[in-house]
Design a protein. Structure first.
Length: 288
């Protein structure tokens, strides 16, 4: 099982430094969620530890090897990345997309094999995408497309899967569908998963380990029960809340307290309007 860690990592876009001197170790065999407000550096950190963004200083090590010194195909065999809103070439079918995950395993001496086809079909089956194998990716719903991309990452057969906001723009049912799938990959396939999530309650429900960030720095990390407190939510998200146990999982459930508090009252049904005995029909029509 691969180990991924960053040491004294500084990440920037042109002259804007986003991450400065950050160190962390990804817990093996777990689901880790990066949480924090917009602009805190979650996606930048994920790009940095997946070799999509070269650090200004510091290093990212995969099994004690600098990821920037690893051959691209070697890295892809050990680490899969699903960025935000990936786009497939027009007309590409689901099977063709998923088959791209086998590219790191190809060489001049070893072209497409029966084993590659087997792994591709298994990835389609695991993600419940077999029936869509011949459909163009651009004709799928948002949730189906996300499953297809996860299937491609799964076909890489890497120990580590890094996903940047895998539930963004999906309806609630599709969000849960994707998160359930990732949980199954972790529990049944032993995949170590790191993902950026906006929904703190989803992070508490699905992740084993949380990393909370503010302005490019890690301010808290650990289990959801350890990390998610009313004080942390106030400090990190600027939101007052109360924390209660999730009635299903027992994990922390964040109930935000907005500036406007609505009190719900029980209302009795209004008494039906009846025609007063002393009114004539004409008078009653005017009354009504």
């Amino acid at each position: 099982m691969s180990t991924l860690n960053a040491d004294n990592l500084t990440l920037a876009y042109e002259n804007a430094t986003i991450i400065n001197g950050l160190s962390l170790t990804i817990a093996n065999g777990s689901i880790t969620a990066l949480v924090g407000p917009n602009g805190c550096g979650k996606s930048t950190l994920l790009r940095g530890i997946s070799r999509l963004l070269k650090p200004r200083t510091g290093s990212v090590m995969l099994d004690s090897q600098d990821i920037w010194k690893l051959p691209t195909k070697e890295l892809a065999k050990r680490l899969g990345i699903l960025p935000q809103n990936p786009v497939a070439p027009e007309g590409l079918t689901v099977h063709e997309l998923v088959a791209q995950g086998r590219y790191p395993h190809q060489s001049w001496l070893q072209q497409w094999s029966a084993y590659d086809e087997q792994v591709t079909n298994e990835a389609l089956q695991i993600t419940s995408m077999t029936e869509f194998a011949d459909r163009p990716v651009d004709t799928l719903s948002g949730g189906q497309r996300q499953r297809a991309w996860i299937a491609m990452a799964l076909a890489q057969d890497s120990d580590l899967l890094l996903l940047d906001e895998p539930t963004t723009f999906l309806d609630l049912a599709y969000q849960l569908d994707v998160l359930d799938l990732l949980t199954e990959l972790n529990q049944e396939r032993g995949k170590t998963i790191v993902m950026v999530l906006h929904d703190l309650n989803h992070a508490c429900h699905y992740a084993d380990h949380l990393i909370a960030m503010v302005k490019g720095s890690i301010v808290a990390q650990g289990t959801p029960s350890k990390v998610v407190t009313e004080q942390m939510v106030r400090d990190v998200f600027g939101v007052n809340c109360t924390i209660i146990p999730d009635p299903v999982t027992g994990t922390p459930l964040v109930v935000p307290i907005g500036r406007t508090k609505r009190t719900h009252h029980l209302h009795t049904a209004p008494t039906p309007l009846t025609q007063p005995a002393e009114l004539t029909p004409t008078e009653f029509q005017s009354y009504g």
